[in-house]
Design a protein around this ligand. Sequence first.
Ligand code: G3H
Ligand code: 13P
Ligand code: ZN
Length: 326
Amino acid sequence: MTKKIHFSDLGLVNTKSMFAKAMKEKYAVPAYNFNNLEQLQAIVSGCVKTKSAVILQVSGSARNYIGTSFLPHMAAGARAMADELEATIPIALHLDHGNSLELARECIDSGFSSVMIDASHHSFEENARLSREVVSYAHDHDVTVEAELGVLAGIEDEVVAEKSTYTQPEEVEKFLELTGVDSLAISIGTSHGAYKFKLKPGEEPPPLRFDILEEVEKRVPDLPIVLHGASSVLPEHVEQINRFGGSMDNTAGIPEDQLRRAAASAVCKVNIDSDGRLAMTATIRKVFHENPGEFDPRKYLGPARDELISMIVHKNNEVLGSGGRY
Ligand code: G3H
Ligand code: 13P
Ligand code: ZN
């Protein structure tokens, strides 16, 4: 049996105090997904530069891609990197879209400080039962738990939801009572992936359902709310991908003003994965187009990492409001 690792041994924290501060001061903590070294370095660097708390987020498939025994060392490396830059920013390691108690337990036993159990595609009862089981194990280890009510459209790890089902605010109190989760992801019109909306020329994406968000806030004012599928699909990256040999047609994401409004509410955690992927891909395509002979990974992954840092600085300071708050 592999040795158990508690998150505190890696210099990590759970999300409790991060969310309490975000709730009080009306901003959102960024949760950036990573799969490799350069993404992780960019996230830490961007969050240190902006003096922002950060949630390092890993899906089940990303965890397998990285390697389960390698991952805790990456988290420890992230902590060491921030310390070296003399930044005591709080860092959490979070399982994104966990789909079973077994996976949640494995993560809790290997250094994760926060886990999501996503049973939102099951019935309310099954979602509550599974979430309760995860909470019971997680809280014994001081690990915080996020669950989801309502289903987002798009791709969540290996689960594909064709259409979104908005969260029903009247179910929230009962769910919290049954489960004891620390935060809740809700469905208000965001969706996963880089193809959130197909728009006709001049058309704007439909606004998020702030009425649902407000109703949830009204019913449970202290509940930290999580927004998944919150990439903006930045046009400059999509244009650059298309200019340098890629093909991404008619894509649009969540406008930044909608995210600013959400971040100033009880939304305490905003999940961003696709925008980071697009930033890196746009940069790598440009390098290869301009220098087809290039084959040193540092020459394309380095600039991609720099672009990701700039994007994170922008999001933390200009969209989520987490910059300067730790
Ligand atoms: O919401 C899902 C995340 O974007 C993770 O996706 O399973 O491709 O790592 P992934
Ligand atoms: P995006 O695909 O919008 O980046 O959403 C990521 C996410 O919700 C991860 O859980
Ligand atoms: Zn998600």
